[in-house]
Structure formats: C-alpha cells, structure tokens
Design a binder for this molecule. Structure first.
Ligand code: PLP
Length: 461
C-alpha cells in the first residue's frame, strides 16, 4: 500500500517510509492511497478474534511491507503491557456502552497507539541501522504515553519537555518515575506554550534536526491513527449481533486523531451510523460540524485538559476527503486559514459533514454533573474526558441506535474533577499506588532555547 500527502506535493511512499516521515515532507499529512474494504461476511468471521488477532487483520492490510510474522510479534509485544486480556474491554452501563481504552501503562487511550509506535520505531531503526532522538512537549498525557512507548528501546532516546509544576502531580510522576537510561524528562520553568515553541524551533532548525535525527511522536503519525482503527472494529463486533447494528460512536475529541480513526473504520466498511464528535468548551470542531463555522477562538482551560485544543492537527486528513481528495483545495484552505483564522465551506460540503458526524460541546458544569449522575445511577466512575462524550451521547443518540462511548482516560488520572463531582477522590489503580515514593529522574531547566538545545545535544544518541 502506498501513502500520499493531503497537500499532494510528494511522491507516494511505502508504509514504513510513511511511519518514519511522520509529517509529510510537503507539510501535509500522509494517507493511504486507498482503503481495504471489509465485507460484512468477513466481519462475521472476525467476531471470535482476540484483540491482537484483530489488530493483525487490520494493520497488516495497511502495513504490507512488514513480513506478517514480524508484524504479529510487534503487535503481541505492544499489547502485552496492558493489564486486561481484552485490551479494550466494552462494558455496558444502562443504555450506554463504554469502551475502556485506559488499561495501558499510563491509563489513557494514547497507550493503544504509542505502545505500537514505540515497537515499530525500534524495529524500523534496527532494520535501517539508524538512531532516533524523539523530542516532544506535553501538557500531561501524551508525554507519559510516549515515554512508556519507547522506554528501554534500542537506538531511541526520548526527551519530553513539560511545564515545571504545571501538570497534575500524577501526570508529572508518571513521566519522571521512568528512569530508563534512554528517557530524559525536562521540566521547563515556564508554560506549556514555552515547551511547545522550543520544540517547534528545534524541528524547524533543519540542520539540528538532521544532525540529531529528531523524531516526533505526535498524533499526526499515520501508525498512531492506524492502531486506533482496531478498537472501533473490536467494539462494534462486541456490541452488535446480526440483527442490530445501528451504532454511533461518541468520541471526546481534541486533535481529531481518535475520531479520524473511526472515520477510517467507516471507510473500510464498518457499519457505523454516525460518529459523534464531543468537545468541551473549546468547540471549534462542534461549530464546524453544526454550522460550517471553522474559526479560531482562544483556548480555555477545562477539567478535560487533553481536549483543550483549537487547531486540531489531524483535521486536515478529514478535509482531504471532504474536498473530494483535491490537494489544491486543501492547500488553498490552509493558506486562507493562516491569513484569516477561518475556513470556507460550500453548502454541499456542510451537508456532507452533517451526514457523517453529530456534534455537541459540553460545558464544565455539565461535565462534572455527568460524572456525578452517572456514578449515582450506575456506580461507574467516568473521567472528565469520557464524561464529555457520554453527555453528548445521552443528548444526541436516540433509542434506535446503540451508543458506544470511548473512555479515553482512567478517572484516577483526574482526581480533582472526580472529587468535585462525587465528593471523594477516585480509587487508585495499582500502577499509581505509591508512585510518589518511587525513584524519579528529571532535569529542571530554564525556558531558554539554548539551554534546552545544549542539554539535548549532550545526551543525544
Ligand atoms: C488525547 C486525549 C483526547 C483527545 O484525543 P484526540 O485524538 O486528540 O482527539 C481525549 N481524551 C484524553 C484522555 C486524551 O488523552
């Protein structure tokens, strides 16, 4: 299978090259040239597969340049770190299915993709005799999932910048207690934006980037999206039988990566009635879906910080299809957006968007109330991100369809919001018990690009 760019200015590349490229060299995002179609009869044959077996069936159709046995090993290794055999269990609470995506090492859904990406990087680097220095900034969840994805791996060092004392204490500990020699946590005396800007500056310094083989793990890597496609199939196969298959997936959305994986599953023939894109008060994507209004606003802080995003990095992938795979239109739209902070859509396009997606923006008060009410009615604790999706599903999915809500984080990661909702902190899962007493390693540095650059240069492979 070959991969093309949404901006249309690169030659098609293989799966392996697409993984190593991350962002396409023309500034666009990589997408498969076409999608394998899964007929309903094949779906029926997949009902009994385990998660790793299903992952192999799906991923192998896109990663056709990796020998099947190698791919099986990579997949098995990636999901052996999860604490449930089902990997992503589907539980039913009243009328709603909750797809628990938080049983990986850092208790958030990003593990599903980053455990796989870490193993894939190690495999490809070894094959090519190359090294990689991963550099990234995090406000919380992505950093720890990326660190756990590559800890102890050969030919990879990882440098994660986080704002010193500005993440939640649990989030910082989840990163700094990983003391493998290839992991470097940098606590920056500054804000998340400082971290992000310094990372961007290092990546745009092409000579620095090449000299140190800088790699990124952000959600624009195609392998991350691909790994996430699997659990849409997995959940659908468990929530449906032959007679009832009207399914709506509700997805708490930030960078549009997770929900785009659902869109890919739909393209492959998975009978998804609609995708419900749930946002918190940062609602640019909800305005886009419901009113065709994609215009920039300021980011506000909420109880679901991993969704406090305005410009969703994976949105461009969807736009490519909305624009009938016209890369010129994609380029023009991003030029307009860079100049004016907004995009323009035709009425036909707006109609098409509403055919595929539902959307709702959930405010802070309703998020906390949903955690409280759901707990009272079912005894089940939602994290604030998941609560946004559950609330949207309760409002928008009628009895004629089955709602599957993606649970993107374990409630224990967001103890403050839970405490606010139910008056007591969430119970701690084993991986967080006593985490504050574990040995930790972290370098605290000033928000100065030269200081950070020198540190990385000194420790780089
Ligand atoms: C990253 C994240 C999201 C948003 O996912 P996107 O793929 O960026 O849309 C939602 N919830 C949690 C807990 C996350 O960590």
């Amino acid at each position: 299978m070959r991969y093309i760019s949404t901006r249309g200015l690169i030659q098609p590349v293989s799966f392996k090259d697409a993984v190593m490229m991350g962002l396409a060299n023309d500034g666009g995002l990589l997408l498969p040239e076409q999608y394998p179609l899964i007929p309903l009869s094949m779906l029926e044959d997949w009902r009994e597969l385990s998660y790793p077996e299903l992952a192999f069936e799906i991923i192998s159709r896109f990663a056709d340049d990796i020998p099947p046995n190698d791919l099986r090993i990579l997949i098995d290794r990636s999901y052996a770190t999860f604490t449930t055999e089902e990997i992503t269990p589907l539980v039913r609470k009243n009328d709603i299915y909750v797809l628990e995506l938080f049983h990986g090492p850092t208790l958030a859904f990003k593990d599903v993709a980053l455990q796989f990406l870490g193993n894939l990087f190690e495999y490809l680097l070894k094959e090519r005799g190359q090294k990689m220095n991963i550099v990234g900034a995090t406000s919380g969840d992505t950093g720890s999932a990326a660190i756990y994805g590559v800890r102890g791996k050969e030919n990879i060092n990882i440098f994660i910048l986080h704002p010193h004392l500005k993440t939640s204490p649990v989030q910082a500990l989840q990163m700094t207690t990983v003391t493998d020699p290839n992991v470097f946590n940098i606590a920056v005396r500054g804000t998340f934006d400082d971290c992000q800007n310094m990372v961007k500056a290092m990546f745009s310094d092409l000579s620095f980037k090449e000299k140190h083989a800088l790699g990124a793990v952000n959600s624009i890597n195609w392998a991350r999206v691909l790994a996430q496609v699997v659990y849409y199939f997995y959940a659908w196969l468990r929530a449906t039988d032959r007679s009832r298959n009207e399914v709506v997936f509700s997805v708490p959305t930030g960078n549009f990566g997770d929900i785009f994986a659902g869109y890919v599953a739909k393209h492959m023939g998975l009978p998804i009635k609609k995708l419900l894109l749930a946002t918190n008060e940062n609602n640019i994507l909800t305005r886009f879906i419901n009113d065709g209004d994609y215009s920039l606003a300021d980011v506000v802080q909420t109880a679901s910080p991993s969704m406090d995003i305005q410009v969703a990095s994976n949105f461009e992938r969807y736009l490519y299809y909305l624009f009938d795979q016209d890369p010129k239109r994609v380029r023009e739209t991003f030029e307009l957006f860079a100049k004016t902070g907004r995009m323009e859509f035709t009425n036909t396009e707006k109609d098409r968007v509403r055919k595929e997606f539902l959307s709702e923006s959930v405010n802070e008060q309703d998020t906390i109330a949903t955690i409280a009410n759901f707990h009272q009615e079912t005894g089940y604790l939602l994290d604030p991100h998941t609560a946004v999706g559950v609330k949207a599903a309760m409002d928008l999915v009628g009895p004629e369809a089955t709602a599957i809500c993606l649970a993107t984080a374990h409630p224990a990661k967001f103890a403050d919001a839970v405490q606010k909702a139910i008056g007591e902190p969430p119970p701690l899962p084993p991986s967080l018990q006593g985490i504050e007493r574990l040995p930790s390693r972290c370098q605290v540095l000033d928000a100065n690009i030269d200081t950070i650059r020198n540190f990385i240069e000194e420790k780089a492979l």
